[in-house]
Design a binder for this molecule. Structure first.
Ligand code: HMG
Length: 467
């Protein structure tokens, strides 16, 4: 039985911090954000928004857009790493809000949980729900998988320039109009790591930035290798293996969507995967010739992440090699045709943690379609990464009738008119100095009204629909 993504809705807070304002506030060069990281604007949640109401707003949008009734939805999963309760699952909050719109008890039989594994948890949630459908358990119903996060880092930390907020709701069913998942190829890698984590009670993560960058690349590469084995074994992809063959698994994936903690991480990841996949192929000779430099090797034979990062000489040469590689015609062609469109939304919105990969997917659909590309039958590959750490690589094929759904995708309209925060407002919000009633924007859609502080009901949250 087929299973896949039928439609997608996005909810992004309408406040944003501009890269230039951030750069002025922190005394950094704005070019580092805009060119170095690909960050132009970062969406910031207002003081009356939390990840649960972002998720509920995305759900309401996808339900209304598709004329869904609660009885059409058999499961509602929320994947997040911005959880605010150790026990009560975020999907329960979302059900509570949706029932304000659809009536009390309307979602009584809609099962689900909150899933957690940093940014990769949304992909695990998608996979589990796709399998619920494949197993025939859905009986005609759909599943909503919502990825929702507020990416907030310590003030003054290097992560602060990679913040953002938002939610993406995906409708999964057995007759998907957008993308059908390829069966039996989803592959994972996992390793107990401390690249980025958020201990209980701490609002912001502890981050080892450069370590996390390299770990991301290694984990995604390992998952891609496992994907390749599965895709070849199942016959989904056939590589030309004859003498002189110049065929790579990446040639069989038409569009790539990578986890995007910041927009340029996508290009970094593509460059890393290309190096590993092309190195043994005839084309590599031409690439090296055009780059005008051999690929450097680490001086320290241990090859650990720590030894590589501490090897200043190698890091400098490797950086230069990467710069030259990404300027070659062969790389630029792959970048433009497979990846560039997925990065556009991330530059406008920033990091959405769990939702970043799926905002990227949505970005590819909208901006490739706008370019006039015919996506029907094209294979989309997904490279998902979550700190701590695990990666998942999987793929799917765009369906014949996709254009009807994608025609209606207009990210700017979906976000709505945005308000540029002053740096003073940003600092007030970041330091949690504003109560929900002091929100910068008037209440619209689901908003947080208050959090109880009385001893018997501490932490209870109340939400209302602001119209
Ligand atoms: P940093 O170390 O301050 O920045 O912070 P940098 O020195 O690496 O510079 C960034 C880029 O800007 C570099 O480009 C510089 O060359 C360039 P690259 O060499 O990489 O192509 N640059 C400039 N360009 C133009 N003009 C300039 C200039 N200066 C520098 N003047 C870092 C970067 C990402 C480490 C930091 O923002 C951070 O710690 N972020 C949070 C962690 C993170 O995002 N890690 C990514 C991988 S882990 C992950 O994705 C998981 C995550 O989503 C969490 C989860 O799973 O839940 C984070």
């Amino acid at each position: 039985m087929a299973a896949g993504i039928d439609d997608i809705a996005v909810y992004v807070p309408r406040l944003y911090l501009d890269a230039d304002d951030f750069a002025r506030l922190r005394g950094v060069d704005a070019t580092k954000l805009r060119r170095g990281l690909g960050v132009h604007q970062m969406a910031i949640a207002d003081s009356n928004q939390d990840p649960a109401c972002l998720a509920a707003n995305a759900c309401l949008r996808i339900m209304r857009k598709n004329g869904l009734e609660p009885s059409d939805v058999g499961r509602l999963y929320v994947a997040t790493e911005s959880s605010f309760d150790e026990s009560k699952a975020m999907n329960a909050y979302v059900v509570g809000m949706l029932e304000q719109a659809y009536g009390s008890g309307a979602f009584e039989h809609c099962g689900g949980v909150e899933t957690k594994f940093a940014c990769v948890s949304g992909s695990y949630a998608l996979y589990d729900n796709a399998n619920w459908i494949r197993a025939g358990e859905a009986e005609g119903q759909g599943a909503l998988v919502v990825v929702s996060d507020i990416a907030k880092y310590d003030m003054g930390s290097s992560g602060e320039m990679t913040q953002g907020a938002g939610a993406v709701a995906m409708l999964l069913n057995d007759r998907p109009r957008l993308l059908a998942f390829d069966p039996r190829v989803a592959a994972t890698s996992i390793r107990d790591e401390y690249d980025f984590y958020r201990p209980f009670g701490k609002e912001t993560p502890i981050v080892h930035g450069q370590y996390s960058n390299l770990l991301y690349l290694i984990q995604v590469r390992k998952a891609l290798e496992a994907y390749k084995k599965k895709a070849l074994a199942s016959g989904l992809i056939r590589l030309d293996a004859g003498p002189g063959a110049d065929d790579s698994i990446l040639d069989h994936i038409d569009h790539l969507n990578m986890h995007l903690p910041y927009s340029n991480m996508g290009r970094k990841a593509l460059a890393y995967l290309v190096r590993h996949e092309w190195r043994g192929l005839p084309r590599w000779k031409k690439v090296i010739e055009e780059a005008g430099m051999d690929e450097p090797e680490p001086n320290d034979p241990r090859g650990t992440i720590e030894s590589v990062l501490a090897d200043g000489d190698f890091m400098r040469k490797d950086h230069e090699f990467q710069r030259r590689l990404t300027a070659t015609s062969r790389f630029r062609e792959v970048y433009e045709s497979k990846l560039a469109s997925s990065l556009i939304a991330s530059s406008m919105v920033g990091n959405l943690y769990t939702a970043s990969l799926y905002l990227g997917f949505r970005s590819t659909l909208e901006f490739e379609h706008a370019k006039g590309a015919d996506l029907a039958g094209r294979r989309f590959g997904f490279g998902s990464y979550g700190s701590g750490s695990s990666a998942m690589v999987f793929s799917g094929v765009i369906q014949e009738e996709y254009a009807e759904t994608v025609n209606r995708m207009k990210l700017e309209e979906e976000i709505g008119p945005r308000t540029r925060l002053s740096v003073e407002q940003y600092v007030q919000i970041h330091e949690n100095r504003l109560s929900p009633e002091q929100a910068v924007l008037p209440p619209k859609e689901f908003v947080l009204v208050g959090v109880d502080s009385s001893p018997e009901s501490r932490g209870e949250r109340r939400y209302s629909y602001g119209g």
